[in-house]
Every structure is written in structure tokens, then in C-alpha cells.
Design a protein around this ligand. Structure first.
Ligand code: APR
Length: 310
């Protein structure tokens, strides 16, 4: 195919991302992991499914970056999950070092690529990839808001017994407990949910959205969500590959927008072939803005921790 996407990390999120990219026939895929045989095995398995799934995307697995050369997009899912006894700082430090290494290797092979970060802690990892790659800010994008908004949409559809296709939602801010779901901008067939549900029910769905990742972790016990995160990363990749100019909430590097400077945080952006082609500034109420600034403070603290550990 004429487009190539490299997915780094062939674990749950990475492998499912590769599968979704291929089954939508968006591009060829290079799947990279540090574990010997893992990306090769999963890639071959996906290639062998292609005749049944009826697509001609080719998937190649590798432990090195040569095959990734000239990629249009690099999706980074590499990292380790938090293990028992591990502090948050330990996790940040380990994932920061992984992020530095994989970004440097991938950026060298594909200097014109657009990087989509999926690894957590998301907003902090965006800073590492941005600093390490030296890429312009339109080509480093974090996947968070699309996932958080999809969760909110799923809960809205379940609550009102309507098609998920009728739902639209915006979740801004950092990818954590301080995220900012915006009910006023969340709609069903164009009708704001504030006209369809009581304030209590909206607050319950907002709370469930904020804790959405944790809810899955507590059910799975041995890992974190991967179906919805991979769907979200692929929606972003598709918007870029097809130059759709699609408006999606993503973690973007702000330089004054929303009164925030020098920080990656979730805001609505327009995605097209240049990556982030515009940061959309929507009007926020005083309370919504205060919540976004509070979330930005949390991300700032995380980034400060990161700089101390570096
Ligand atoms: N280079 C390449 N791959 C690496 C490296 C590295 N330096 N270090 C770790 N990996 C790989 C691991 O070998 C593993 O296969 O990253 C993969 C991570 O996969 P999982 O443990 O299955 O984790 P997953 O559920 O896919 O989540 C990955 O996405 O949503 C986030 O919070 C999640 O940060 C996590 C990431």
C-alpha cells in the first residue's frame, strides 16, 4: 500500500492497533517490540488472517527499526504497566527511558512522520517524545481525548438507549483523574445532554468517564484497556492518512491557547495530513475553564517530576 504506519510496542494496545489499521486497509504496518519473536509472530498471524478479512495491508514484525523507514505515522504504545510495589515515579522513569529510546530510533528512520503517543502517563510521555524527536509541535500528538470521549459517548448511549452513532462528546484536559468532560458540548443528535438528563445523572456519567481506565483495570486485573485505546489511535491515524480535517480532542502542545503555555494537554484539534492543522479554541464557562486550568496544573506537576527524574 502507499502508506506506512509503524506501531511500536506489540502488546495488547499495539497489536490491536496493527489489526485495526490492517483490517481497515489504511496502510502497511510495521510492528516493533523489544521482545524477540513477539512482533514477528503477531505480524505473521495477522498476515495469515488477511485472506479471510479481505485486505491487502501487509504487516511486518521486527525488533529493529530498519523496516520502519519512511513511515507516515509512528504510533508509540511501548512501555510497562505499573507493577505491585512500584511507585509512580518508578513507572514514570522507566517509561520515560523507553519513550526516549524508541522515539529516537523511530524518528531517525522517519524524520517526516507524525508521532501519535499512546503510552502512559500520556501527557508526560508526549513531552518526552516532543523533546527527543525535535519534531515540530503539529507532528507530536497524544491520544487521550478520543478515548475518554468514546467512553463518555458509550455511557450516554447506554443511559438514553440511543445509537452510539447519535452521540458526540468532548473531554478535554489531562488524561487522568482531572480530565474535563464537557456536558454542554456533548450531544445526542445535536441536542446537548444537559437537556436530556438530570444534573445528577450527568455527574454520574462524568465520574464514570473519569474513572473509565481504572474500571477496566479492576475487571481485567492483569492489564489495562486495549480495544477502545486502539480504536482511538486508529481514528486519529485515519484522519491524518486520509487528510480528513477531522476535529477530535487530542493532547496538543499549547503555546498560549486556553491561557496555557508550553504544555501538552487535551484540546479540540483539526487533524489532517500535516498532523495538528489547527487548535480549536471553544468558549468555556468560568467553571469549565477553572477545571481545565486545574487539570493543566496536574500535568505541569507531572512534567516537573519528569524533569527531576531525567
Ligand atoms: N521497545 C519496544 N517495545 C517495548 C520496549 C522498548 N524499549 N519496552 C517495552 N516494550 C513493549 C513490551 O515488550 C510490550 O510488548 O511494549 C509492550 C507493551 O505492551 P503491554 O504490556 O501489553 O501493554 P499495553 O496494554 O499494550 O499498553 C501499552 O498503552 O494504554 C497505554 O497505559 C498503557 O502505557 C501503556 C501502553
Amino acid at each position: 500500500m502507499d502508506k506506512k504506519v509503524t506501531v511500536i510496542g506489540a502488546g495488547n494496545v499495539g497489536a490491536t492497533t496493527a489489526q485495526r489499521l490492517a483490517e481497515k486497509e489504511l496502510c502497511d504496518v510495521v510492528l516493533i517490540d523489544i521482545a524477540e519473536g513477539l512482533p514477528q509472530g503477531k505480524a505473521l498471524d495477522l498476515v495469515e488472517a488477511a485472506p479471510i478479512e479481505k485486505h491487502d495491508s501487509f504487516i511486518e514484525g521486527s525488533n529493529t527499526y530498519d523496516a520502519s523507514a519512511g513511515s507516515d505515522i509512528i504510533i508509540i504504545t511501548a512501555g510497562i504497566p505499573r507493577k505491585p510495589g512500584m511507585s509512580r515515579d518508578d513507572l514514570i522513569k522507566t517509561n520515560m527511558n523507553i519513550m526516549k529510546r524508541v522515539t529516537a530510533d523511530a524518528a531517525k528512520q522517519s524524520p517526516d512522520a507524525i508521532i501519535i503517543i499512546v503510552s502512559n502517563p500520556l501527557d508526560a510521555m508526549c513531552h518526552v517524545a516532543f523533546d527527543t524527536s525535535g519534531f515540530p509541535k503539529n507532528r507530536v500528538i497524544g491520544m487521550a481525548g478520543v478515548l475518554d470521549s468514546a467512553r463518555f459517548r458509550a455511557f450516554i448511549a447506554m443511559e438514553l438507549n440511543v445509537s452510539v452513532e447519535n452521540t458526540h462528546a468532548f473531554v478535554l484536559g489531562g488524561h487522568g483523574d482531572t480530565m474535563v468532560p464537557l456536558p454542554r458540548y456533548s450531544t445526542v443528535a445535536g441536542i446537548p445532554i444537559t437537556e436530556l438528563m438530570t444534573a445528577e445523572r450527568i455527574e454520574a456519567l462524568v465520574d464514570r468517564t473519569r474513572k473509565g481506565g481504572g474500571e477496566i483495570v479492576s475487571l481485567l486485573k492483569t492489564g489495562s484497556a486495549f480495544y477502545a485505546p486502539s480504536s482511538a489511535a486508529v481514528e486519529m491515524a485515519e484522519a491524518i492518512l486520509k487528510d480528513k480535517k477531522k476535529i477530535l480532542p487530542c493532547a496538543a502542545y499549547l503555546e498560549g491557547e486556553y491561557g496555557i503555555d508550553g504544555l501538552f494537554i487535551g484540546v479540540p484539534v483539526k487533524l489532517g495530513k500535516q498532523g495538528i492543522e489547527e487548535i480549536i479554541q471553544i468558549k468555556l464557562t468560568g467553571a469549565e475553564n477553572a477545571a481545565l486550568q486545574h487539570s493543566a496544573e496536574a500535568v505541569k506537576n507531572l512534567v516537573a517530576d519528569l524533569k527531576k527524574l531525567a
